[in-house]
Ligand binder design. Structure first.
Ligand SMILES: Cc1cn([C@H]2C[C@H](O)[C@@H](COP(=O)(O)OP(=O)(O)O[C@H]3O[C@H](C)C(=O)[C@H](O)[C@H]3O)O2)c(=O)[nH]c1=O
Length: 187
């Protein structure tokens, strides 16, 4: 498994090995022991899987507040997407900064996002499926969102987002400056 750092401490890109043969390939998409050996041990308890039918679908930027904050291990099961994490830990030297990576079925890359970060993505192909592990259960009472096109964050989604396909919740999300982040940076 290849591990690449990003500009945000704790957000890393993982690429599990693929064992190809004349049938196709086999890959251990998640191996807790291997992550622990890389110093990335998370107790994932829930797998999520969503399908976005149209290119230019944006889901995010979301977080779950403590006591149900979620770390996530994100991968693309079909299609192609641009996955983004934003640091919202109060006091962090990278507060409000973002990092992004293209995840696709083809490249097999995964993004590991600790708790304390917003998560969102934009699809780059039709019928794109995202699959991700979460370190806590769904808790709608702890659900939070920030608008994906917040100018103070300034995410480059790599596409025109004026026609982004959004849920009503995401279309009405506040700017980061208008929320009180429940996360605190611990050096
Ligand atoms: C997140 C979640 C949702 N749901 C139900 C609630 C709604 O009836 C339906 C769609 O939920 P929502 O519109 O919040 O789904 P997304 O817009 O894909 O939200 C997710 O998108 C970003 C990228 C994330 O990282 C989060 O996991 C999550 O916020 O699934 C559940 O039953 N369990 C869950 O864990």
């Amino acid at each position: 498994m290849n591990v690449e750092q990003t500009t945000l401490d704790g957000v890393v890109i993982l690429t599990p090995a693929r064992h190809g043969d004349d049938r196709g390939f086999f890959s251990e998409s998640w191996n807790r022991k291997r992550l622990t050996e890389a110093g990335l041990d998370y107790d994932f308890v829930q797998d999520n899987h969503s399908l976005s039918a149209q290119t230019g679908t944006v889901r995010g930027l979301h977080f779950q507040a403590p006591p149900h904050a979620q770390a996530k291990l994100v991968r693309c099961g079909r299609g192609r997407l641009f996955d983004v994490a934003v640091d919202i830990r109060q006091g962090s030297p990278t507060y409000g900064q973002w990092t992004g990576v293209e995840l696709s079925f083809e490249n097999g890359r995964q993004l590991l996002i600790p708790a304390g970060f917003l998560h969102g993505f934009i699809t780059r192909e039709p019928d794109t499926e995202i699959i991700y592990k979460c370190s806590d259960y769904y808790a709608p009472e702890c659900d939070g969102a920030v608008r994906f096109d917040d100018p103070d964050i300034g995410i480059d989604w790599g596409a025109a987002t004026g026609q982004a396909i959004l849920s009503q919740k995401d279309a009405a999300a506040p700017r980061l400056a208008d929320i009180h982040s429940p996360f605190t940076y611990e050096a």
